[in-house]
Design a protein around this ligand. Sequence first.
Ligand code: SF4
Length: 367
Amino acid sequence: MKISFPYMGTSHIAFKMLVKDLGHEPVVPPKPSKKTLTYGTQNSPEFACLPFKILLGSYLEAIEQGAELIITSGGAGPCRAGYYGVLHQKILQDLGHDTKITVMESPYRDIIDFLGKIRSVIKPGGVSWWTFIRVFKKAWEKLKALDDAEILSHEIRPFEISRGETTKVFKKCLDIIDEAYTLKEIQEAAEVTKKMLKSIHQDRSRRVLNVGIVGEIYVVLEPFANLEIETMLGEMGVQTHRSIYLSDWTRENTGFESKANVIKAASPYIDELFGGHGICSVGHTVLYSKKGFDGVVQLAPFTCIPEIVAKSILTQVTHDYGIPVLTVFLDEQTGKAGLQTRLEAFVDLLGQKRDVIEGAAMEGIAI
Ligand code: SF4
């Protein structure tokens, strides 16, 4: 069967291998582009959020490539993510496509449903549960290798001597990880790519700013949706630290906070889940502030209720902790040039703030 999945950051590289290992033909949708967004926008309700539109466009492109089944993730809580699968399926049907969408909900919500859906994806007479666990572990290793390489690229980019070199090397790293197939090859690829990134010519004497990236998961993870904001910031001399990666392992091993810590940090402001990653945007901003970050960028799809609620709370977090937060609302009208100008102004502000604080500290003045 030809199986496709959402295109989100670099994760398609791991999902492609997993689908193949399960005995199916993977259909990797093209990297999201203007065409994807046009497809999605033309066929979505006007006020659907940006991830909904990009995903729909992506599914339509996958169907053009012959996808017979699309596997996607669900969502819980009071936000539209939980309806994505149903609505996408309805729109595809109305457009005359019989491609089925299987929504994988969290196993914590309904383990029987989760296992039943996994079983339905495993090729009949194909792999055993044991093999499934083995190939799943392999895909997980690949996901970790991809995340590790990306985290390192964001750390190195602001120090690169030749602008754009990190981006070029990172693309090569993705190819190397993509080609690795066995567990051993994947682990070797992870080491090789780490070395490649570390050998980029850098000027470590630069004083870089540290900015945390929070917000809704899809726009945080997919560079097309956020107009490659992390690359833009990196090339402006800013080290970015993203609060969300797909692999939890990577998060825990690279200084990321556990979700419980994040929710605890948000609790003085809000102690109820209000959908999406809203509460995490608040909690992560508090934690970034406590860790001495210079600022935070919140990425929010236009009309995203959880991030709108978070934005209103973040005003108080800024007041209490003095951490500047720039909220960027993203939709199909958002342009790269406008975003670049806003980021430059924000980075200027952060630099001036740091100079004032350091100057005052040298004079022994408390601010
Ligand atoms: S979190 Fe926001 S962008 Fe994501 S589905 Fe919910 S409302 Fe839409």
